[in-house]
Design a protein around this ligand. Structure first.
Ligand code: ADP
Ligand code: MG
Length: 670
């Protein structure tokens, strides 16, 4: 059916007639008024004209001016979706969902019809969707089945300034596809339409994008910005979570109405902060209104997410707890106060030793300015920077593009799977380092995704199609051979959330004790599995979850991911029911086939040293192997806070290693 659709060059029937005035609900009227009031509205006609006349346009506009929600609608209204869907890519899942929901509302059709979204493990679009918000990762995956993206008429690459690895790869891919489509048209193919490319960015340095896209025209959209006063701390803060908490309560008690936005680094931190605020808010004097924490992160149900956009009840104040997502991707109304911790979590890759880790790092000046700007959207505001003026001066001007500092394995797999064999000659906007490329190629070879000549193997082709990173994809493929697909899928699903355990700071000991019941001597992978089994045996009972300190929201998310992975395995001809029964050692060996690089050996002094890179690593206190000494360990991720911690840790026997990755360990010994 899809093929038919792709070859069908007849214009699709457009059903975007304006609803009649009588039929317009109050909400729709309100939304229409909102749309017209946005700064970008005055540029509507010229944007449409430029996009129609040029193959590629770069649009720069202040955050909140209306780029992401309005431009796709303008293009739709002007008939540009007649030969295919308008796609808008986003680096973040939460943004894709929220923006699609908002735009569906503005367009006036239920989400998933004219306007939909598609993110990993969740697709709410249909083949009739005319506007589709999607993550850059999903777009890369679509390329595997639709090499020329014929399903699309316009590709909008949004948040280009963020320079995520995937968006960067997409730049090169869509540039090539645009040319290929044009070549086919020039050769007389009547069934193919040109592809339009729109690049959108929130920062002014757009020349680079323009140069890369053959000198594309840059359009500047001015926003509406009120003055924001910046307050730096006098001393450096040792604990920014604590000072953010104190600052929020000070604002709440001393400053005029208006909501607060706190920038934190990740879900765990956000959830901790939520609990802390709830605990402290109890002690507020009765004369002061309520302070309501509103967290936002990916693993949340949609209703909770919706809450951040709703006004706080009269006399209360909201405090939004967010990561970088609130920097430029989504604009939350009514923020007057911003608390900037100065940090974010970023993927770091040491190409020399080939180790990737998640680091809490200082943001760039341009991020700090964006964060500040969030306070002045509707009135003058205040920005509390929890760092000194000196520290600000020392920040980098801009963040380094991700392609220069992260692991390139999934990107290389995507490139190879779409027929780009010589990745070193790919048209990168910024070239990744040679050593980084080589390391990643080596790892893919060790994972058996590439052969001796660097060509994609059958395994590699399958891995590229899986909606998970290469090591997890390898585990899934291996699980088919080792007959433990059920367990592998379950553990990967469990690892997809930050943690399934709840650990309120006031009841940490009780929580630890409750967890003992599920703890496996072999470590976290099997502990997680035990917990899931217990959870399912009581059918996810909420009281049981509370008594056992299980985060039921995250557990539901795990079940959702599992469902998706099962469907995916079935579609790729695997049997997701294959189980190893009680012989769970097999599951660990299976994981080792994907994670042989994430291993460390016990040293005589009791520390662990990573096999790759010889880094001294410590088992994270949240792990069931914390404080235990085992001959060898395998871990899911490496994080750096005060030192290198490994999380998601299981014990191994060192003789399993060479069996798990003969190519890797053979090569090492040589
Ligand atoms: P840009 O992409 O230029 O940063 P957007 O198109 O995302 O701007 O947002 C335009 C306006 O729409 C913002 O001022 C914001 O307040 C409003 N908006 C966007 N999403 C929502 C939502 N879910 N609820 C309420 N208002 C929203
Ligand atoms: Mg935007």
């Amino acid at each position: 059916r899809q093929l038919q659709h792709q070859n069908d060059s007849r214009p699709r029937k457009l059903i975007n007639k304006e609803p009649t005035t009588e039929a317009m609900t109050l909400k729709a009227k309100e939304l229409k008024k909102h749309r017209i009031s946005l700064p970008i509205y005055t540029a509507r006609d010229i944007i449409i004209k430029e996009v129609k006349e040029n193959p590629c346009v770069v649009i720069v506009g202040e955050t909140g001016s209306g780029k992401t929600t309005q431009i796709p609608q303008y293009l739709l209204e002007s008939g540009l979706a007649a030969h295919g869907t308008i796609s808008v890519t986003q680096p973040r899942r939460v943004a894709a969902i929220n923006l699609a929901r908002r735009v569906a509302e503005e367009v006036g059709t239920p989400l998933g019809q004219k306007v939909g979204y598609s993110i990993r493990f969740d697709d709410s679009s249909s083949k009739d969707s005319l506007i589709k918000y999607m993550t850059d990762g999903i777009m890369l995956r679509e390329l595997l089945s639709d090499r020329l993206l014929l399903r699309y008429s316009v590709i909008i690459l949004d948040e280009a300034h963020e320079r995520t690895l995937r968006t960067d790869i997409l730049f090169g891919m869509v540039k090539g596809i645009q040319k290929q489509r044009q070549d086919l048209i020039d050769r007389g193919r009547k069934d193919i339409q040109p592809l339009k490319i729109v690049i959108m960015s929130a920062t002014l340095d757009a020349e680079k994008f323009s140069e890369y896209f053959y000198g594309a025209k840059i359009m500047y959209i001015s926003g509406r910005q009120f003055p924001v006063k910046i307050l730096n701390t006098v001393e450096p803060q040792s604990d920014y979570v604590d000072s953010a908490l104190v600052t929020a309560f000070q604002i709440h008690q001393c400053e005029a109405p208006g909501d607060i936005l706190i920038f934190l680094t990740g879900q765990e931190e956000i959830e901790n902060m939520e609990k802390l605020i709830e605990e402290y808010a109890i002690d507020l004097p009765p004369t002061v209104g309520k302070l309501i924490p509103c967290p936002i992160f990916a693993a949340q149900d949609t209703i909770t997410q919706q809450k951040i956009f709703e006004p706080a009840p009269h006399g209360t104040r909201k405090v939004i707890l967010a990561t970088n997502i609130a920097e430029t991707s989504i604009t939350i109304p009514n923020i007057r106060y911003v608390i900037d911790t100065g940090c974010h979590k970023s993927r770091g890759y040491n190409a020399k030793i080939g180790i990737e880790s998640l680091l809490v790092e200082p943001i760039s000046k341009s991020s700090a300015r964006q964060r500040m700007g969030r306070a002045g959207r509707e009135a003058a505001g205040l920005c509390f920077r929890l760092y000194t003026e000196d520290s600000f001066d020392q920040l980098e001007e801009d963040a380094i593009p991700e392609i220069k500092r992260c692991n390139l394995e999934s990107a290389i797999l995507s490139l190879k799977a779409t027929g780009i064999d010589d990745v070193t000659r790919f048209d990168f906007m910024d070239r990744p380092s040679k050593s980084g490329l080589l390391r990643s190629l080596e790892h893919l070879y060790a994972l058996e995704a590439l052969d001796d000549e660097g060509k994609l193997t059958d395994i590699g082709t399958k891995m590229a199609a899986f909606p998970v990173d290469p090591p997890y994809a390898k585990v899934l493929l291996q699980s088919d051979k080792m007959e433990c697909t059920k367990e592998a899928i379950e553990i990967i699903s469990l690892l997809s959330v930050d943690t399934i355990f709840a650990a309120p700071s006031s009841k940490r000991e009780e929580a630890n004790e409750a967890r003992q019941k599920f703890t496996s001597l072999d470590g976290d992978h099997l502990t997680l599995l035990n917990t899931l089994r217990a959870y399912e045996s009581v059918k996810g009972d909420r009281d049981w979850c509370r008594e056992n300190f299980i985060n039921s929201r995250h557990m539901r998310h795990v079940l959702d991911v599992r469902k998706q992975l099962i469907q995916f395995a079935e579609r790729s001809g695997m049997d997701p029911k294959k189980t190893c029964g009680h012989d769970l050692e097999i599951v660990l060996k299976c994981f080792l086939a994907g994670f042989f690089q994430n291993t460390a050996l016990l040293q005589p002094d009791g520390t662990y040293k990573s096999i790759l890179g010889g880094l001294t690593v410590s088992v994270h206190p949240s792990s069931s192997l914390f404080g235990k000494k085992r001959e060898a360990i395998m871990y899911d991720e490496l994080v750096f806070t005060t030192k290198h911690f490994v999380r998601g840790v299981s014990a191994l026997e060192s003789n399993w290693l060479s069996q798990a990755a003969p190519k890797y360990f053979g090569q090492r010994r040589a």
